[in-house]
Design a protein around this ligand. Sequence first.
Ligand SMILES: *[C@@H]1O[C@H](CO)[C@@H](O)[C@H](O)[C@H]1NC(C)=O
Ligand SMILES: *[C@@H]1O[C@H](CO)[C@@H](O)[C@H](O)[C@H]1NC(C)=O
Ligand SMILES: *[C@@H]1O[C@H](CO)[C@@H](O)[C@H](O)[C@H]1NC(C)=O
Length: 171
Amino acid sequence: MGICRLGFLVGFLWFMAMDCMAQSNTHHYNFVLQQAQFTRLCETKTMLTVNGSFPGPTIHARRGDTIYVNVHNEGEYGVTIHWHGVKQPRNPWSDGPENITQCPIQPGKNFTYEVILSNEEGTLWWHAHSDWSRATVHGAIVIAPALGTTYPFPAPDAEETIILGRQRVPS
Ligand SMILES: *[C@@H]1O[C@H](CO)[C@@H](O)[C@H](O)[C@H]1NC(C)=O
Ligand SMILES: *[C@@H]1O[C@H](CO)[C@@H](O)[C@H](O)[C@H]1NC(C)=O
Ligand SMILES: *[C@@H]1O[C@H](CO)[C@@H](O)[C@H](O)[C@H]1NC(C)=O
């Protein structure tokens, strides 16, 4: 193989690799905060949800990826979404940049969160950041190992996300 053809092949493979990385590195989600009716423990309630689902949608990503979540607030109150356990490189002291986690998205407005994963791997969660709404507005963030790396244990055959909660019984 001539040096020219080899150069072309290497260039082509590099291009393919870059293309693959670009596709696997960024994820886009749309969340719609809306009221929905649910029956749990024999009681029917109207509660705030993401996309009418309880728990909310699961976010899937890989280590090192960036996730953009465009949150539309169709509820009645301002809501902030918190990306629990995700260290944000721009603000190492909190798990979300202050200017992003602290400002609620007002009713009728939307905001796109940029969630930058670094060395997180495993299952984290996202939740609303006010006392009552976090009980219903939450979901999992499932972060798989980076492409080309493996789990620190034998690769599982299947995965299930289990969310444990408790109900406070009035005394
Ligand atoms: C939530 O609902 C919106 C509007 O119907 C839809 O575009 C979006 O894909 C849904 N998001 C998820 C994570 O299911
Ligand atoms: C939040 O602060 C960071 C760093 O200080 C800045 O780069 C970013 O643009 C700010 N984001 C918003 C939505 O203001
Ligand atoms: C609000 O949502 C629209 C449509 O989904 C999008 O084009 C726009 O960038 C979003 N605005 C913010 C601040 O995220």
